[in-house]
Design a protein around this ligand. Structure first.
Ligand code: GRF
Length: 220
């Protein structure tokens, strides 16, 4: 096992000489999971291992992607628990059993609660398909088009207890075009997601991210 990351209240430090165990939480197709797998397999992200993919949706295609790469793929049914706390306690139990150092949300359609946040403080990342703090929550492409902004993009951030509110690590911009539909905009943004999410994970693993309140300092 690993235990690469020493997290203090405000700082996240990783030792790049040991393997970082990553757990990925998903609910759907898993293209960001795939980007992460590819970046680890092609050596762009070093000293990392995706040890488990956990889905809250039984037939999430992301689970198939994981299996194809020999990664443990687990479905946990939130409905089989009395409440969110119990569901998350089970989640934490599984994450701990995989010696998880870093949790990545990749299209995980739930708000992460206290149980997981406190167990993995400053060690949970998410990607959101807008330039935060604009258009948080669901239907972000619809919100973007309806508002009429001319530039959009995506954001990788640390996860706190709010919805898409944690400290921002990286962002990338794309233009919003006159004839865009949710599909065309989403496709343009997704291309950027697949670049900056692995980049952020690499920075985390290399110990280059330091959280100071809301600000994430990225060292060279
Ligand atoms: C992505 O657009 C991501 O930004 C958002 O959910 C979508 C997940 O897509 N959080 P995928 O499952 O990674 O293909």
């Amino acid at each position: 096992m690993s235990n690469t990351n020493t997290s203090t209240t405000n700082t996240t430090v990783a030792n790049s000489s040991i393997v970082t165990n990553i757990a990925v939480l998903v609910s759907g197709r898993g293209s960001n999971l795939q980007a992460m797998i590819d970046n680890i397999e092609n050596g762009n992200i070093k000293n990392a291992n995706i040890s488990v993919v956990i889905s809250d949706v039984a037939d999430a295609y992301a689970l198939e992607r994981a299996k194809k790469h020999g990664i443990d793929a687990i479905f946990i049914d939130p409905k089989s628990f009395a409440n969110k706390t119990e569901y998350e306690q089970e989640l934490v139990k599984i994450l701990n059993s995989y010696d998880t150092d870093l949790v990545i949300l990749a299209g995980y359609m739930r708000i992460v609660g206290k149980e997981v946040i406190s167990a993995y403080k400053n060690r949970i990342l998410n990607i959101h398909p807008t330039l935060l703090p604009s258009f948080t929550g669901l239907h972000s492409h619809r919100q973007t088009l309806d508002y009429g902004v001319k530039v959009s993009g995506c954001t990788v951030h640390f996860v706190d207890e709010g919805m898409d509110t944690g400290p921002i690590i990286l962002q990338s911009c794309v233009p919003v075009l006159e004839n865009d539909t949710e599909d065309t905009l989403s496709e343009r943004i997704l291309e950027q997601e697949h670049k900056i999410y692995p980049q952020a994970v690499k920075l985390f693993i290399e110990g280059k991210l330091k959280v100071e309140g809301r600000i994430v300092r990225v060292s060279k």
